[in-house]
Write a protein that binds this ligand. Structure first.
Ligand code: ATP
Length: 237
């Protein structure tokens, strides 16, 4: 596997609490990599640390062979890492178009902002229709589409999705999974944390199970789907 992202012995915490302990993970240059685990396992902490929202206490994060451990969030965006955070976090009092433009602030994306905007409006017609509407007035599913489109505006090589289907109706959940497949087909590497374990493992070339801040199992998605411990703990089988 050609690793685009390599996380080596990463430790991350809040105050006195160490949440991630010496975690190792690799994300291939293409395809979907899944991170699964129960509530509080540390998935958001892990994704935030990779995006530079949280600092690493120990360990190294390599992206495209370059050590990005000490880089700020915006510098990681510049390297090609985009995070779509849990809970969408669109700017509610800005229009859909303004939210999208914020996604292209990084120098790597600025010159292509107009072309990217056209591309996003073509990919997400609903966002074009609502371009002048305040983002806070969109439905949850539309806000999730907007959050993903905002991430794509930066032209990432690695798109990190934190629980993108959380709280969405089944039909919208299906659309998000279709989108993940489509984006992966375009050559964007995807790292996704999801509670919809069955559908996520079905897509994942590689998957990691995180429990109590440690990786306890790894394998291809279909491989993990066949493992008794995963079936019992995460698939209710
Ligand atoms: P969920 O699916 O519920 O979002 P998760 O796997 O994403 O869970 P995290 O949000 O990374 O888990 O949380 C991991 C642990 O870190 C939890 O025990 C949580 O209480 C703790 N934690 C998260 N954020 C903070 C914070 N800002 N301050 C202190 N502890 C935190």
């Amino acid at each position: 596997m050609t690793a685009l992202l390599e996380v080596n012995d990463l430790s991350v915490g809040y105050g006195d609490v160490e949440v991630l302990r010496q975690v190792r993970l690799q994300v291939a240059a293409s395809g979907v990599t899944a991170l699964i685990g129960g509530n509080g396992a540390g998935k958001t902490t892990m994704l935030s640390a990779i995006a530079g929202v949280l600092p690493a206490r120990a360990g190294r994060i390599l992206f495209d062979g370059k050590d990005v451990t000490g880089l700020a969030c915006h510098e990681r965006v510049e390297s090609g890492i985009a995070l779509v955070p849990e809970g969408r976090q669109v700017f509610p009092d800005m229009t859909v178009e303004e939210n999208l433009r914020v996604g292209a602030i990084a120098p790597r994306a600025r010159h292509a902002a107009e072309a990217k905007l056209t591309e996003m409006f073509a990919r997400f017609p609903i966002l074009k229709e609502r371009s002048r509407q305040m983002a806070g007035t969109l439905s949850g599913g539309e806000q999730q589409m907007l959050a993903i489109a905002r991430g794509l505006m930066a032209g990432p090589r690695l798109l990190i999705l934190d629980e993108p289907t959380l709280g969405l109706a089944p039909i919208m959940t299906g659309k998000i999974f279709d989108l993940v497949t489509e984006l992966s087909g375009l050559g964007i590497s995807i790292l996704i944390a999801e509670q919809n374990v069955h559908r996520t493992l079905a897509l994942a070339g590689q998957a990691y199970v995180l429990e109590n801040g440690r990786i306890v199992l790894t394998g291809s998605g279909p491989d993990l789907m066949g493992r008794p411990e995963v079936r019992k703990a995460y698939l209710g089988l």
